[in-house]
Design a protein around this ligand. Structure first.
Ligand code: GAL
Length: 442
């Protein structure tokens, strides 16, 4: 019996030791923490990638073009950093409608991703105001980014002389995309004024073709359309003044822009409230619709559908009295609670590198934020965008999350969404005038 007891006790000791050993080997890589959660890094217990560090990147790049761009830049990173595995934790929903909610929960819950996508400016800085972000100033010095990132973009992500975001691209969102075959078949030219836009729309409507594809399941995309009409009505200075909160929304110009927008709605697909932007873009691809107003991530989407610029689709900037480039910028942020700083630093370094930005933007439909990236092998659309960026008035986009605090954009989205259905200009103007306090801080 005693022997048995002894035997049992030795068995249980061995067993216990084994469990501990297994436990230890799956957890620590010397910087502590659990893997898979992203907040802490870890090695895998066994098999391939045993010594790999795991990180997560959180974005909302899930549609054709943008997902391809993200995968391509991660492939490049993995090739250069075989000891690090980046998990793509993207959350679907245009303009970050869902990803930002997930990000907020993860930051508050101490489970931050290694890096995440935000819109440059107020959208990114709100996470710094909540004290979730690491400063990147030292990285800018180490990697020489101050010399290659345009000053406007750099300033966007700065607070109290510290830099909190890395701009990776420059998108333009005051663009009309059109199905070139439909335009050629109907003898139509790209519209340079709203009169021409409505004349083309009438021709298309008469042929049973949806003139304007819209997907405003996320009302941000209606905000975008209205923003481009306001750009035409108010110009670069007028619209920038509007986003300061110092200008009244109840003006004849804004009422005229609202009636133009109202008329545009009569040319859209009936199911627009059930679609996100890529679903609406799909209508251009299929030829069910002829035009769409969207950011140039649409050109990345069209490329992912093998649509050729100037062959299958065309583009023109939305009508405006002066050449305007309405900027949408994606910037990466780094949560300070993410423990494996070394690995996260390698990832952000790659996103800031010439190779990283060249790879990403070529598929994304945007132009690199870095000014020293050769884009001569980019699509003819992207090359024209790069030229326009040099020649145009640069305006920060409301719908792109860079012109005002998120709280104001959300109010604007709600008001536009109501207007889309109730078409009550007085109600919309009253809501926006009320929301000016968010802009002025009063
Ligand atoms: C924007 C973002 C773009 C693109 C677009 C569509 O907010 O800046 O990169 O992802 O949403 O979802």
């Amino acid at each position: 019996m005693r022997f048995l007891n002894k035997f049992c006790s030795s068995i249980s000791i061995v067993l216990l030791l084994t469990i501990v050993l297994i436990g230890c080997s799956s957890n620590t890589n010397g910087s502590g923490g659990t893997n898979e959660s992203g907040s802490n890094t870890g090695n895998e217990g066994s098999g391939e990638g045993a010594s790999q560090v795991k990180l997560e990147i959180l974005s909302w790049w899930t549609a054709g073009g943008e997902a391809d761009a993200l995968n391509a830049v991660l492939d490049g990173f993995h090739a250069a950093n075989p000891d690090i595995k980046v998990e793509n934790a993207a959350v679907a929903g245009g303009a970050g409608s869902n990803a930002q909610t997930v990000l907020s929960a993860r930051l508050a819950g101490g489970e931050p991703p290694a890096i995440f996508q935000a819109q440059g400016g107020p959208d990114l800085l709100r996470w710094q105001e909540a004290e979730y972000l690491d400063s990147m100033t030292a990285l800018y010095d180490e990697f020489g980014w101050k010399d290659v990132i345009p000053e406007e973009l750099l300033q966007m992500n700065m607070k109290d002389n510290e830099i909190y975001g890395l701009p990776i691209n420059i998108h333009r969102n005051n663009v009309i995309w059109y199905n070139k075959k439909l335009f050629d078949e109907n003898g139509l030219q790209a519209p340079t004024t709203y009169d021409e836009f409505f004349a083309a729309a009438d021709v298309l409507k008469a042929k049973g073709i949806t003139p304007l594809a819209l997907g405003d399941k996320n009302p941000r995309w209606s905000t975008l359309v209205l923003e481009t009409v306001l750009l035409n009505q108010l110009g670069a200075d007028g619209i920038s003044e509007l986003w300061t909160g110092n200008a009244d929304f109840d003006t004849p110009e804004i009422r005229e822009a609202l009636s133009t927008y109202q008329k545009m709605l009569t040319y859209t697909n009936d199911n627009h409230s059930a679609l996100d932007w890529q679903d609406a873009a799909e209508l251009i691809v299929s030829g069910d619709a002829a035009m769409m107003i969207m950011g140039d991530w649409a050109s990345g989407f069209f490329a992912s559908k093998n649509m050729e610029p100037n062959v299958d689709y065309g583009w023109i900037s939305t009508p405006s009295g002066e050449k305007i480039f309405n900027v949408v910028n994606d910037s990466m942020g780094m949560p300070k609670d993410f423990t494996d700083k070394e690995a996260a630093k390698k990832l952000i370094e790659y996103f800031g590198s010439v190779e990283g930005q060249k790879t990403f933007n070529k598929l994304k439909g945007s132009i690199p934020a870095r000014t020293d990236v050769d884009v001569s092998d980019y699509s003819v659309y992207s090359q024209s965008a790069a030229q326009d960026f040099k020649e145009s008035r640069i305006v920060l986009s409301l719908a792109g999350g860079s012109a005002t605090p998120a709280a104001f954009i959300n109010k604007f989205d709600e008001a536009v969404n109501m207007f889309t259905y109730q078409q009550d200009a007085d109600a919309l103007i009253a809501t926006l005038n009320q929301a000016r306090s968010i802009l002025t801080g009063n």
